[in-house]
Unconditional design. Structure first.
Length: 121
């Protein structure tokens, strides 16, 4: 069921490349990647695993500053944009897209998908 929800999110997003549901320990529960992007972009599981530590650090930082709970992080490079949303205290959803994709639409779709994934967990 995880993959179906992740695939729906990516397929609805023009410029969507891949998505992954991953634990903050860097272990993926499930993922989906569109074909046709080849070696030009990093693998979503590798990207998310590498950023899991960064997002964990950001969570601890905002908590220590009494700034509330971290909900979302967006990382943009010249080849890919990554929207990371906290689904539960143990898991996050990462959505990778082309730089020209609409980040606002991705954030909206992630926001719609997260509760479905939370129910499945």
């Amino acid at each position: 069921m995880f993959r179906q929800n992740i695939q729906k999110l990516i397929d609805k997003l023009d410029g969507g490349i891949a998505g992954v549901l991953m634990g903050f320990d860097g272990i993926a529960l499930d993922s989906y990647a569109k074909s046709g992007f080849g070696d030009s972009l990093p693998d979503i599981q590798t990207l998310a695993a590498e950023f899991a530590h960064l997002v964990s650090q950001a969570r601890r930082t905002v908590q220590s500053l009494d700034a509330g709970a971290l909900a979302e992080v967006t990382i943009r490079t010249d080849t890919v944009t990554l929207v990371i949303s906290v689904v539960t205290p143990e898991y996050f959803l990462a959505c990778a897209m082309l730089p020209a994709a609409l980040v606002g639409k991705a954030r909206y779709l992630v926001k719609l998908t997260a509760p479905r994934l939370r129910e499945e967990l």
